[in-house]
Write a protein that binds this ligand. Sequence first.
Ligand code: FAD
Ligand code: NAP
Ligand code: SF4
Length: 673
Amino acid sequence: MADSPYPHLLEPLQVGSITLKNRVLMGSMHVGLEEDWSYEKMGAYFAERAKGGVGLMVTGGIAPNRQGWLKPFAAKMSNQIEVRRHRTLTDAVHAADGRIAMQILHAGRYGYHPISAAPSAIKSPITPFGPFALSGRGVENTIDNFVRCAQLAQDAGYDGVEIMGSEGYLINQFIVRHTNKRTDKWGGEYEARIQFPLEIVRRTRAAVGPDFVLIFRLSLLDLIPDGSTWEEVVMLAKALEEAGVSILNTGIGWHEARVPTIATMVPRGAFTWVTRKLKGEVSVPLVTSNRINTPEVAEEILARGDADMVSMARPLLADPDFVNKAAAGKSQSINTCIGCNQACLDHIFSNKRASCLVNPRACFETELPKPTAPRGLKVAVVGAGPGGLSAACEASEMGHQVTLFDAQTEIGGQFNLAKQIPGKEEFYETLRYFKGRLADAKVDVKLGQMVGLEELKGFDAVVLATGVKPRELRFDGADHPKMLSYVDVLQGAEVGEKVAIIGAGGIGFDVAEFLTHVDHGEGPNLQDFLSEWGIDESHQTRGGLVPAKQASSPREVTLMQRRKGKLGAGLGKTTGWIHRAQLKKRGVTMLAEVAYEKVDDAGLHIKVAGEPQVLDVDHVVVCAGQTSFVPLQEPLQAAGVKVKVIGGAKLAAELDARRAIREGMEAAIALSQ
Ligand code: FAD
Ligand code: NAP
Ligand code: SF4
């Protein structure tokens, strides 16, 4: 491994009789293909990642019985019909020289259905259904169901199973007093509460034999009040090793925890210190996880000795070839996961199939092909925002001769504004990736050039990715010097200490973040993150929580919207609460039902639910959405040029980079068929 670019990351790992190619574990993600009748799409999805060189992959959670469903009719493994279905998947992975384990997940009180079961009948704060308490017989049956599920997974050709014991699911609910009030042998003191996971592991190991990989996902930091102490975690880890686990994987935070654990504003590798604390306490390999998204970060974590393997889940949605690219010394060409959750977790929480904002082919491997164009066309792409970048790279890789134009002197469009937002530094990575990909695909890039009809007439086809322009507002004083647009602010305009923001969509929230952030000048900082969210690094408290540090803000900000109801209701399902909580901590005032009357030297005159108010502010920043910017479509069509309009240029409403990038890819496919 001496001349390997990442010697620790790419070093093989022996687990029992199995040799894993490297130290990368693709962590479990429910992607919405688990419930498909045919597992062909799942097979294609995992086979692509196996070809990409991942050491060991773990499927999304599969329930051991109906009570353990995540939602009604969710995937489970309890009979031979299901085994046959899974064989399609394991065969596809093994044909691609990969290794895969099936995760067994019993949702317990997190089950989104009326037959959920838990140690005690205590409803979770994040589901509408109250669980029923398992009887003593019910507990025994559940353990048997875990064991049967593992045996069936073995029959289905899996290399192992992962028993999900973290994130607040059933096993975690048994471990912690707060959700386990039982008075029988499965409740009471800690030693009794951990018998449920220990019995599952002991009996599973006995049933599957010594060579089957048995991973246990252990909650190392619950991040809930009354969670486990560090001494308890260590006690359980040692007992699990004795009971027969082959690998311990790290779990951070229950789903009901009010602490961000994987969103983009969490610093990279923010929780590996927790795994490091367990090193030396057990001898089985330890896997660390959460916000590890580059080979450099992964290598540093392993070289430092924080863990024996790294778990990356979303980064392998973003780039299935992550490991092969790292091994080939081409980490600069990795499509980096930006931690946005927009197309993966947010889709799952909206009952949609997961994909990836930066890689729309993820989980759509069989539906978004990459055809070779029968006739290479001369294609112009106008606009080098996310939509245009995607269209240009895809079209060129399919065999067209592509020229990409942008009026700006750098690629990226609105991403150049987005990357200025504290916590969105990962957006730089997407621009780095596209820059390299444009060069590899030999796209002719012409920047600093605002193109019109004349420049485009000689092309066979034109993709218009000209994006959006900020909506202009009309009221008295709309041209007052106090008025600024979000573009002015993010391009460096001076902003006073008292600010009102019109519009509370994604950009309004981002601008509020930008204006209230205290800049320490060195990017995301782990100590600031831990103290801002009340995470106890010494882990002396139950659940690892301490009072959060009082946040300060350099400005007094009021964020407003016209509609009634909670501000930020339209933000991402898994990240909106973080943005709201963060701004509240910094004292941002949030006003709904606002009518904007006028701006003058006294400030912004508004009515809130009909009541007049004057906000004495230095500046009013308009973040009131956008309108499409597509001046060229009609003249081009009139000149007989084939035109495709994508991204913001096609529809400004509810535009995001996820849609823009996908439409760029679809436009290229359409030109090639
Ligand atoms: P744009 O990015 O608007 O790019 C259009 C490009 O076309 C521009 O570079 C422009 O110069 C060029 N152009 C226009 N006309 C011509 C012409 N005639 N000749 C040459 N060039 C021309 N989205 C998310 O999904 N997640 C986020 O977290 C997120 N955060 C954001 C934060 C901020 C502060 C902002 C401002 C936006 C954010 N967005 C986010 C939105 C996202 O950036 C846009 O949805 C996306 O950039 C739209 O892509 P696009 O390709 O359609 O157009
Ligand atoms: P947006 O989400 O549509 O929000 C626009 C805001 O302006 C709303 O609060 C709207 O609320 C208000 N508004 C609309 N018309 C108005 C008018 N005529 N006068 C006054 N207020 C008006 O748009 P955006 O914030 O510009 O964001 C653009 C896109 O970028 C979004 O669709 C989003 O998906 C994406 N984005 C995503 C993120 C993210 O973190 N995921 C971050 C930034 C941007 P009222 O009508 O109630 O006033
Ligand atoms: Fe990562 Fe965002 Fe893609 Fe999810 S959608 S995998 S968070 S880049």
